[in-house]
Design a binder for this molecule. Sequence first.
Ligand SMILES: *Cc1c(COP(=O)(O)O)cnc(C)c1O
Length: 388
Amino acid sequence: MREPVLVPRLRPFTSTVFAEMTALAVRHDAVNLGQGFPDTDGPAGMLEQAKDSLFGGDNQYPPGPGRPELRAAIARHRQRYGTSYDPDTEVLVTAGATEAIAAALLALTEAGDEVIVVEPYYDSYAAAVAMAGAQRRVIGLTEAGDGRLELDLDAFRAAITPRTRAVLLNSPHNPTGTVFSREQLTEVARLCVEHDLIAITDEVYEHLVFDGSEHVPLATLPGMRTRTVAISSAGKTFNCTGWKIGWVCASPELVAAVKAAKQFITFVSGGPLQPAVAYALEHELDWVEGLRRDLQEKRDRLSAGLADAGFDVRPSFGTYFVTADVRPLGFSDAAELAWALPERVGVAAVPVQVFTDHPDEWKYLLRFAFCKQNEVIDEAVGRLRKLG
Ligand SMILES: *Cc1c(COP(=O)(O)O)cnc(C)c1O
C-alpha cells in the first residue's frame, strides 16, 4: 500500500492532546483536570425522561431534522435572546455541536475559501476546516487593561481577504474562559455585513457565564440574523457531554445547507435522548442556574488554589476552565510542565499552546478544568502545592 495512507490535509490531526494526556493521567493515577467533562450527573428529571424513552419503544431513527418536540423546545429556548426561529425550517438537531460545526463548514466552505478562526481555538475547528478543504486564517486575542482577553479586532480586519467566506467564533471561550463583549461583537457583526461573511458561532457555554457577564449571541446583532449559523448543545448545559445532542439555529437557507452535509454524516443520532433534552430545555433551566452558580464557586476555589500554589492565575468569566501562567513557579514552557506534571505531582492539565498555530505566543499558560467535585479540586490543589 502507498504510505502514508492518511491524506495530507488530515496528517496534522492524527492524535488529540486529550487522549494522550488522559492516558498519561491514568498511568500515574493523576487527578485529571485536563479534559473538560463534569463528574456529576445532569438533572434527574431529564435522566428519567431518557429512561422512559429507552423503555418506551423510542429506539428507531428520529426524523432527519430532529424530533419535533426538541426543535420546538430549542426555538423557545432561543427566544431568551429575543430572536425567534421557526422550529420546522430554522432548527436542525445534530450529533453534538461538533457535528454541527463540521457540517456547517463542509456545507458552506470549500477549497479556495478562507475561514477566520480565533486562537487559541477548540481542537476540532482546524480539523473541520481542513476536512472542508478550506484554509484557516488565524487571529489572536489581546489583553485588555483588566487582564481580560479580547478579540484582536485589528488582526480581524487585516485577516479579511476577497477569499474570506466565514468566521468561526466561540464565546464563552474555551480554553481561556473569556466572554466577548457586546461592543466587540458589534464590530465583528459590522465587518461580517460589510464583507458579506457567514458567521458560525459556537455557543455551547451560553449558560455558563460568571460575575454578571452577558452572553451575546452574534445572531442578535444588526444584520446577523440571516448570516449566522448559531450552534449550541445539551452537553455543557445539562452535564451530559456523552449524549452528543447539539443543534443549529439559522435561516432556512443556511439550515438547509447544513442539513445537506449532516444527513450524510450521521443522518440522525441520539433518538431516545432527544425528548429528554426537550424536557430539560423546557423544565430544567433553574437547575442550570444552580449549575452556573456552583461552577462560579468552583472557579473561585480552583483559582484561589492555583494562586496559592504559585501560579499567576488569569481571570475566567465563563466555561469550565481557568488558565494559569507557569512562569512564577520557574518554568518557561507550559507544555513541558504539562507532560511532566502527572508523574511529578499527580495532576493533569492541558497546555494552551496546543490549541494554537503560534505556540510561542501561548507558551506560558496551562488550562485547568474546574467542572469537578470540590474534593477533586482540593486534592489537585494540594498536589500542585508541592511544585513550589
Ligand atoms: C465541548 C465543546 C464542544 C463540543 O460539543 P459537543 O456537543 O460535545 O459536540 C464544542 N465547542 C466547544 C468550545 C466545546 O468546549
